[in-house]
Design a protein around this ligand. Structure first.
Ligand SMILES: [Zn+2]
Length: 335
């Protein structure tokens, strides 16, 4: 087997292959995109992303710098491989690429901090490598980000033809510490589950739909979310007296991400998923296999995680959360 390949994300030549997860799944150590694995069968689809590959490259670099490399594969392959969370390129970008310029600058700064070996260290960054570290799509954007971080007093920078030499200032390190401390929703440990509650007058197989939904919540959603390091919140499990929508909205705002399950096709689930996306929160779409054929057309392209049993749901969802959101702040429980 070859020892190098052309990087499918950045087209970098002679990128070392660190190892093979399977005979068709290399792990690449790309100087631009960081460490990531790629399902060989999925490679043609990555190529089709063409002009959007720079976003994927920036996110794989970000994940790699945090010691959480991803395995790029079809969204339907949720099994993952040891140490690699499995995710499609599209979903990775949708859930992990910064939503605003401010967030881009913060993450670029955090990347430089990760690359700094010690206080005062000079980080040499090649021209092409700076694109992914700065979440930039070309030299112009990379230069702009470097300048913005410099103007804010967070880094000192000297540009040269081959790229940049960067160093974090004391203000830069303070800002990184601040980001790690606060992080806003980034550090929330709550995951909001938007789902059907079922009814005791309706049956699915030999039980009520209410029991079906409770089992799915406890054994599937809650269990997967806990294993991924978060706390699951389902609004009907909470005591309240006034307007339910105020509670729903408040709980979504307070959450790190939302899991929207379309089993039973409740209008509330569509509403909650839309509201969360409007806030810029990651939303993971799921649906029971028997209900999937009739989901609303507007969400059909959202790469639903399809589950046929509660165990499958727990496994797939845990992997999807780790890949797209990252391991959460609550004590690591290995699944
Ligand atoms: Zn690359």
């Amino acid at each position: 087997m070859s020892l190098t390949m052309i990087c499918p994300l950045c087209d970098g030549p002679d990128v070392p292959i660190a190892k093979w997860l399977t005979s068709n799944t290399p792990v690449l150590d790309c100087p631009t995109c960081g460490r990531f694995a790629l399902d060989g069968a999925y490679q043609p689809e990555v190529k089709l992303l063409a002009d959007d590959r720079w976003r994927v490259s920036a996110v794989t670099r970000y994940m790699s710098l945090r010691g959480a490399p991803v395995l790029l594969a079809l969204g339907t392959a949720d099994d993952g491989c040891v140490g690699f969370a499995c995710v499609s390129a599209l979903e990775l970008v949708q859930t992990r690429f910064p939503h605003s310029v401010g967030e881009r600058l913060d993450r670029a700064l955090a990347n430089v901090a990760r690359l700094s070996r010690h206080l005062g260290a000079i980080v040499p960054l090649g021209r092409r490598q700076s694109w992914s570290v700065f979440f930039a799509q070309n030299d112009g954007e990379a230069f702009w980000v470097a300048k913005a971080l410099g103007t804010a007093g967070y880094i000192t920078t000297s540009a040269h033809t081959g790229g940049f030499h960067l160093s974090l200032t004391a203000s830069g390190w303070n800002r990184v510490a601040e980001l790690e401390r606060e992080g806003g929703q980034e550090t929330s440990e709550q995951a909001f589950v938007a789902m059907w509650f079922g009814s005791d007058k309706e049956t699915i197989g030999d039980r009520t739909s209410q029991d079906f939904c409770t089992d799915a919540f406890l054994g599937g959603f809650q269990s997967a979310i806990a294993a991924a390091g978060y706390r699951a919140m389902r609004v009907d499990f909470k005591e309240f007296n006034d307007d339910i929508m105020d509670h729903v909205v408040a709980e979504i705002r307070r959450s790190r991400f939302v899991v929207a399950d379309f089993t039973g096709h409740r209008p509330g689930v569509y509403y909650e998923a839309g509201f969360a996306r409007g806030l810029g929160l990651p939303v993971i779409f799921t649906c029971n296999k028997d209900h999937f054929h009739s989901t609303h057309f507007d969400t059909n392209h959202m790469n639903h995680l399809i589950w046929e049993s509660v165990d499958v749901l727990a496994n797939k969802l845990c992997n999807r959360i780790r890949a797209t959101i990252g391991q959460g702040p609550i004590g690591e429980t290995e699944k």
